[in-house]
Design a protein around this ligand. Structure first.
Ligand code: C2E
Ligand code: MG
Ligand code: MG
Ligand code: MG
Length: 280
């Protein structure tokens, strides 16, 4: 009732489908409102060097707690935003916030790199690279310490605009990362098309390594291939010490996962960074 008075779209409905349709219909205004009201935030999941055990950077992940619906899954946010052609708003918000917060981390750890997920749809916007350049300038952020993780959701291979944008980003000095490598979209063909500096092995292969000889072989093969292409190998989804040790033995460069840390606010990440630099 109260919601209706405030023009909210969340009419109490006896049908989940009806509610879901309304939510989708008003996604754009909800998104704008959420950004205005700071219901959308960015959390940071550390990336750990497996050689030194140090935090070398962090991945920015969008977090949205809706006042009525509660927390919304990031994959749902991204899917809706893409569907409604609003992914640019998310990307811009996360990039701005991530660079702002990462400046604090650089003061503690000068080499700290921040990673931001971008959508393949961002690579259809011819102005994307210059937007990134402006954002870097706004925060006086070193381009070489920004990593853009590309999760493929739309085909970009053989796409000339996307290819030019990626080349422009490389000229700026930004680092590119292929996310979720090994899953449906991130094929070998895709790997060849993207001038990436880093490849992240999908957590579906990593999580079960300690129990599956087959997954272990796949991860080893992926690491070797990534290294043959002279790229940095990162494993995602490390949940226990056995997997962390195996990855270290296989020569994987860096890792992320709940075993090391979940995505946290920058204040927490700074505490972790300071604790690690004291320990070193
Ligand atoms: P991703 O980029 O592959 O991010 C990794 C996801 O795995 C994150 O989920 C993270 O919380 C989760 N994760 C990390 N370590 C572990 C682990 O040890 N075990 C398990 N089970 N999960 C782990 P999250 O935050 O829900 O994000 C899901 C996906 O949504 C991301 O996958 C990314 O594709 C997308 N996403 C998130 N934030 C953004 C954003 O700001 N922009 C765009 N375009 N996409 C985003
Ligand atoms: Mg990612
Ligand atoms: Mg990933
Ligand atoms: Mg993944």
């Amino acid at each position: 009732e109260d919601a209706a008075h405030h023009g909210s779209v969340f009419v109490i409905s006896d049908s989940d489908i009806g509610e879901d349709r309304t939510w989708k219909l008003h996604f754009f205004s909800e998104l704008e409102k959420a950004i205005r009201n700071r219901d959308i935030k960015v959390a940071f999941q550390p990336k750990i060097s497996l050689r030194t055990g140090k935090i070398v950077g962090a991945e920015a992940l969008v977090r949205w707690t809706h006042p009525l619906r509660g927390p919304i899954e990031p994959s749902e946010i991204v899917a809706y935003a893409e569907e409604h052609n609003r992914i640019e708003m998310i990307t811009r918000f996360v990039l701005d916030n991530a660079l702002h917060e990462a400046c604090r981390a650089i003061e503690v750890e000068p080499g700290f790199a921040v990673a931001v997920n971008i959508s393949a749809l961002d690579l259809r916007d011819p102005g994307f690279a210059s937007d990134v350049a402006m954002m870097l300038a706004k925060h006086s952020f070193p381009a070489g310490q920004l990593v853009l993780e590309i999760t493929e959701t739309a085909p970009i291979e053989n796409d000339r605009v996307a290819g030019e944008i990626l080349a422009e980003l490389k000229r700026l000095g930004v680092r590119l990362s292929v996310d979720d490598f090994g899953t449906g979209h991130a094929s070998l063909h895709y790997l060849r098309q993207i001038p990436s500096d880093e490849v992240k092995i999908d957590r579906s292969f990593v999580a079960n390594m300690a129990h599956s000889q087959e997954d272990r072989t796949l991860v080893k093969t992926a690491i070797d291939m990534i290294h043959s292409l002279r790229r940095y190998a990162v494993a995602e989804g490390v949940e226990d010490d056995a997997v962390a040790r195996m990855l270290t033995e296989l020569g994987c460069d860096a890792a992320q996962g709940f075993y090391f840390s979940r995505a946290v606010g920058m204040d927490r990440l700074l505490e972790q960074l300071e604790a690690k630099s004291r320990a070193a």
